[in-house]
Each structure stands twice: as C-alpha cells, then as structure tokens.
Ligand binder design. Structure first.
Ligand code: BGC
Length: 342
C-alpha cells in the first residue's frame, strides 16, 4: 500500500534541510569575519611565497580570513580565479596582476560587485583601482644602475629587463637607465645585448646570456639583471664559461640563493624589498577599506594611464657582501645558517 502523507521522519528531514539551506545562504557573506581575496601571479619566486605567508599569518592575527589564489603566470587563469573569489563573497580584493593591462577588467568586475581593489606590488594600468601598495620601483632600478655603473663605468654591457607584461619591469629599467644611458651616449658603455626576459624565467635569461657571450666572444664586463631569478640564470651561463664571479651582475629580491651567491662572490648585489612590511600594509589597508575607511597615503599618487592612483611606496635597500649581515640577517629576513651554508 502506498502512503499518501510523508512520514514524520521525512517531514522533519525536509524542514531541517530547508533551514540549513537558508542559514548557509545568509551566512556566506554576512558572517562577521572579514574576508580578503588575494590573487597572486606566481609562487615560482621566493618573494611571492613570503608575501603570501606574511599576509596569511598577519590576517590570522587580526582575525581576518584570506582566500588565496595563485595564477601561475597566466592572465586567463587569474581572471577565472578572481571571478571565483568574487562569487565567494570577499570584502576586498588584493591583487598582484600577472598582466598589468589585462587585469583592468578584473578591477571593473570587482567594482560592479561593490568590492574595493588594492593593486599589490604591481600597478594595474588604465582602470579605477582604489589603492596601489608597492615599493619605489624606479628607485629599485636606480640602485641597480648606480651600483653597476660605479663598479664598471665603461665596457661591454648586457642589459636585461623583466617580463614585458609587468609594469614593474618598465619602472626598474627606467631607473637603471637613468644611470646607464648617459654612459652609452658618451661612448663609455657599449651594449652587447639588450633584451626583456619573458615571464621573468631564469631559463630565458640563461639563454639570452649564452647568446650574448657567443656574440661578444665572452668579452662581457657587466650585466644588469632585473631580479635574483634572472641573475641566477645569467650566472649559470657565465659559470659555464668560467666567468662567474668575474663579471659584476645585479639582482633584486634578497632570495636565499642570491644571498648565498653574494657571499660566494658570483652575484654582486641584490635589492632588498621587505615583503613582510608590504604584506602587512596590504592587510591593514584591506581592513580599513572593508570598513569604508581609507589608509593615509599622505598625498602620494602614481599615474596608471587613467588617473593618479593613491599610493604607498616602501623604500628599497641596496645589499652587497658588506651589509648583507646587517640588512638581511639581523633584520630576521634570512637565516644566517642558510646564507652561510657550505
Ligand atoms: C616584482 C619583483 C619580482 C618579479 C618577478 C616583480 O613585479 O616586483 O620583486 O622579482 O616581479 O616575480
């Protein structure tokens, strides 16, 4: 015989299910915990791992939740991931774009959902991004340019720059060329090779350095490498020719492997950008912005091709063998035993 009315158990189950469904709908966004969506371009370079770790740890300290997505140097993937973050109901989006131009649409999308956007480390161009948090990136390039032109005021140079998709790469080069270009113009410096390193990949800078060495019959006097990763690739090529340690070369990021090379003498310098400070500044700003407030940027702005974006730029620091202990080890950024390991 078929029962016409559902049993008590089935009715109870249905009511409880409906209640649970209603509760989950209302709690996904309206819980009291503030949620930051964090979209990072990569974890391939050590610095981005540190940015992520700092933000996660500091957010936890502040009682804030962070949803992290890593786009592995792929603009399409970053777009999908940001869309996904937005559907999860984030309060603020912190994004370091893989592609500084393509990410503009992601800012628009977030704004349509009422979510404010912080452009992290890399500036998102031609859009209404709410805040830019980074280092003085032109100054990073100046530090590199100053170091290399002081060490090698004349001779044959290889000039490498970062990924063309990254606005920072342009700024680093601009700063470095302020020092290098006048010496090219007066004939003191000859450029053997000047190339961008696609995707910041060490294997691409290795290949470019090999080409330069072949072209110049190994007569290279100095290398401008935009970061530690690309310096590492170039140094590998120099090492194959027995030239590692003989050709001054720059870097940036204070990665452990670069610090080890600096101590050993195969890399001349790096530029330290304290990602711990940047990560914390981003979380603090996000918390304020989620409450409808805004951090004090002291009138500082950077133009992104559309308007002057309110900005906070931290100061980069030159690191050589002379000050590595003081700047990187005493500050707790790197551990003595990893830098001085045999
Ligand atoms: C960052 C550098 C980093 C590079 C490659 C740049 O935008 O500012 O610190 O080395 O990207 O990831």
């Amino acid at each position: 015989m078929i029962k016409k009315t559902p049993s008590y158990a089935i009715r109870l189950f249905t009511i409880v299910s409906i209640l649970l469904l209603l509760m989950s709908c209302t709690s996904s966004k309206k819980s009291d915990t503030l949620v930051i969506g964090l979209s990072l371009p990569t974890q391939r370079q050590e610095r981005w791992v540190r940015d992520k770790e700092t933000m996660e740890a500091y957010a936890a300290e502040k009682g804030v939740k962070v949803l992290v997505q890593i786009s592995d140097e792929d603009a399409r993937m970053q777009a999908n991931q940001v869309e996904n973050l937005l559907t999860q109901g984030i309060d603020v989006l912190v994004i370091a774009p893989h592609d500084s131009k393509a990410a503009a649409t992601l800012v628009d999308q977030a704004h349509r959902e009422g979510v404010k956007v912080i452009s992290y480390d890399r500036l998102i161009l031609e859009c209404d991004v709410d805040l830019y948090l980074s280092f003085d990136n032109v100054e990073v390039g100046r530090i590199q340019g100053q170091y290399i032109t002081k060490t090698v005021p004349q001779g044959d140079y290889v000039i490498l720059s970062g990924a063309p998709t990254d606005n920072n790469a342009k700024l680093f080069k601009q700063g470095a060329m302020e020092l290098i270009q006048p010496l090219i113009d007066n004939g003191a410096i000859k450029v053997v090779l000047e190339q961008a390193v696609d995707n910041w990949e060490p294997k691409n800078s290795l290949r470019l350095m090999e080409q330069a060495l072949t072209k110049a019959n190994n007569k290279i006097d100095a290398v401008l490498a935009p970061n530690d990763g690309t310096a590492g690739g170039a140094i590998e090529a120099l090492a194959t020719q027995g030239l590692a340690g003989k050709v001054p070369i720059t870097g940036q990021d204070a990665q452990v492997d670069a610090a080890i090379r600096i101590v050993k003498g195969t890399q001349s310098m790096t530029v330290f950008k304290d990602t711990r400070k940047l990560g914390k500044a981003a979380v603090d700003a996000a918390i304020l912005m989620a409450k409808g407030e805004f951090p004090d940027t002291k009138g500082k702005t950077v133009n992104n091709g559309k308007f002057d974006v309110k900005s906070q730029l931290l100061t980069p620091v030159e690191v050589t063998k002379e000050n590595i202990d003081e700047v990187l080890i005493e500050s707790g950024y790197l551990k003595k035993e990893e830098v001085y390991r045999k």
